[in-house]
Design a protein around this ligand. Sequence first.
Ligand SMILES: Nc1nc2c(c(=O)[nH]1)N[C@H]1C(S)=C(S)[C@@H](COP(=O)(O)OP(=O)(O)OC[C@H]3O[C@@H](n4cnc5c(=O)[nH]c(N)nc54)[C@H](O)[C@@H]3O)O[C@H]1N2
Ligand SMILES: Nc1nc2c(c(=O)[nH]1)N[C@H]1C(S)=C(S)[C@@H](COP(=O)(O)OP(=O)(O)OC[C@H]3O[C@@H](n4cnc5c(=O)[nH]c(N)nc54)[C@H](O)[C@@H]3O)O[C@H]1N2
Ligand code: SF4
Ligand SMILES: [Mo]
Length: 669
Amino acid sequence: MVGTVRFNCELCMAMCGMIASVEDGRLVDVKGDRDHPASAGYTCTKGRALPERHHGSSRLDFPRLRGERVAWDALLDDVAREIRRLIAEGGPNSVAGYYATGQAFSGGAYPMLDLLAQLGSNQVYSPMTLDVAPRLRAAELVTGVPFLHPSWFPEEGPTLCVMLGTNPTTSGGWIGSARSNMPQRLRGFQSRGGELWVVDPRRTSSAKRADRHLAPRPGTDVFLLAWLVRELLDHGYDALELASACDPADVERLRAAVAPFTLDRVAERTDLAADDLIELLAAIRRHGKVVLLGGTCLGFQPEGVVAEWLALAAMIITGSLDCEGGLKYLAAGNGMLEGPPFPGHAPEDGSVSPGPASRPDLDGLLGQFPSVTLPDEIESGQVRALIVFGGNPMTSVPDPDRMRAALAKLDLLVVIDPFDVEITKMATHAMPCTWVTERTSFIHEPLQGIDRSYLSPAVVPPGGERQQSWWILAQLARRLEIDLLDGLDPDTADDDTVVRHLARQRADFAEEVFAGGSHGAPVPTRIGWIHEKALPGGRWRLAPRILVDRLAAAMELDSGGLRLVAGRRMGSINSKIYAGADGAPPIAISAAAARDHAITSGDRVRVSTASGAVEGRVEVDATLGDASVWINHGWLEQNVNRIIDRMPDVLTLQPVFTGIPVRLEHIGS
Ligand SMILES: Nc1nc2c(c(=O)[nH]1)N[C@H]1C(S)=C(S)[C@@H](COP(=O)(O)OP(=O)(O)OC[C@H]3O[C@@H](n4cnc5c(=O)[nH]c(N)nc54)[C@H](O)[C@@H]3O)O[C@H]1N2
Ligand SMILES: Nc1nc2c(c(=O)[nH]1)N[C@H]1C(S)=C(S)[C@@H](COP(=O)(O)OP(=O)(O)OC[C@H]3O[C@@H](n4cnc5c(=O)[nH]c(N)nc54)[C@H](O)[C@@H]3O)O[C@H]1N2
Ligand code: SF4
Ligand SMILES: [Mo]
């Protein structure tokens, strides 16, 4: 039988519309859906390689108990028995969950969180504290609500966009910029008079499209942003927004906080030419409103949370947020948009969440424990069982050797993954789940910046003995006398029914999304609702005390020497290669670093910090700014997390991944 099915690629947040050709239950081809309202036919190499990866040899096909193939029932019974035993011995917090990127956007995480909650465990870990924590914390301190983030549409709003620490034409975007077809949409933006600036130590695919590219020293965005706020408060601000939506005392506090960030100082710290800085400021004043589109590497910097705040502050004072002609905020549903004002706001110094028992020096964040503390909790005997759902803590968390040793100590390491990867090979219980084209997905993550919600249908039946994630979790839960499906029977319910049922609980416009299928429905939004419904007393908390104090300390931040730069590549998503060649890309160093260290492409180098060292082949990369050493993360051998400090930022509970000082050595030719 031959047929075509429309679905969404879910490998990154762009969620491109695809058309699959299916022959006798096999995925033979996928291509971009030209009629798709968001992607208009756009795809990338990863999406186009779906059939090859789907039917490739790296899939996990059968359940395994301590390395031996077993039947699902036997596997689930064993996990349930062990969980009961561990809870009887050590309480519900013996069981931890790490849910991550592999399932982040297709709705799979919700049953997992429900399972942990119903077990009574507060041992929840995720890349929230490896990725978005600075953005969440800054939003919480400024709006009182951690999940509110402005979202940029190139087709509307400000005519000036300044990207900082993001490369959406390669990554598919992030919070506020998760968009398909970015190359064409950026071209459209520019052809309508939009001006694009990219601030990035590397001349990226986005930088190449920009009207202007500024390559600062890594980790110095906080200086640039503080100076912009300083100057805009003098001239270029939106007087109405300052008067009506800000507290005058906050404005004065902000003014005082940024006062020391003079042009000379900022030029010296960032290594940017004073003329370039002045032209950027002039562009903002000329356009009036501005999108300061931060990505992961804005928050990954040593003062990332401060930089996140200053980007918000600059947009607030120019009337660029939730004002006519500015950026909108996406709502989770019509209820959020039209309902009563938000009831509770975080206290002015931010919410406090309980931290892990083994690390009394650290808090948690928004109901989760910092991912860096997972090994501490295992080593102390607090955590004895871990369920890993779509993640790879050995490549995503600092100190991978310690993480690996800790994982090996667990009584129970349950891994739910569609691929047979390092972590499934270590698992005591390996559970094969379905992948993108084998499941129905309800993609609804407006608060993560995805501007349309979709119902993407299954295209082919599950291969091997793979099961739907909800089935795996609900079957396990049932054995622990927990119902995750709200009365539906996991033995008999079909995928489409369960996914729609769970979707209705998450979105009040779910039926519209179902009707749109893989073309989806736009998530509701309108200008003004943040001022009306969300801001405490209708005002931004423009100058949170805790961040003002941090900014004063940031002035002393050293930015000299060679610096590590984080950043993504086209073919892989974190640790999973979805297209192109296997193996880690070379360590990339700037031409200046190569000259200073007498290194040429192909040499072996060691890059080290006080935390450790990473070794590999080098490539001299002309796109890198002088101070930069770029090491892509996600690799077990050439693991950049060996040189990342395990101690997280106290306010965000997240490690610093970019802009840290490194030593470079030549170790062989
Ligand atoms: N192809 C691909 N796509 C992905 C992923 C992937 O691994 N591969 N991962 C997905 C995930 S989990 C996420 S969170 C998103 C992230 O999406 P993005 O945030 O867009 O991530 P990157 O593409 O790494 O862009 C970060 C940019 O910041 C730059 N940078 C590094 N340090 C600094 C600095 O100090 N200052 C400034 N101004 N810039 C700096 C880097 O050179 C890089 O170009 O991407 C998602 N999409
Ligand atoms: N040094 C450094 N460290 C970093 C970063 C960095 O830039 N530098 N980036 C950070 C960021 S932004 C993030 S998000 C984290 C990522 O951290 P993780 O999410 O822990 O890492 P991934 O490699 O994305 O893990 C994805 C796993 O999900 C599996 N998977 C794929 N599809 C599916 C699916 O459909 N279902 C299930 N159940 N599993 C699936 C894959 O096989 C893989 O094992 O790493 C963080 N760590
Ligand atoms: S940009 Fe590529 S990986 Fe991301 S959704 Fe589109 S096709 Fe998939
Ligand atoms: Mo991420």
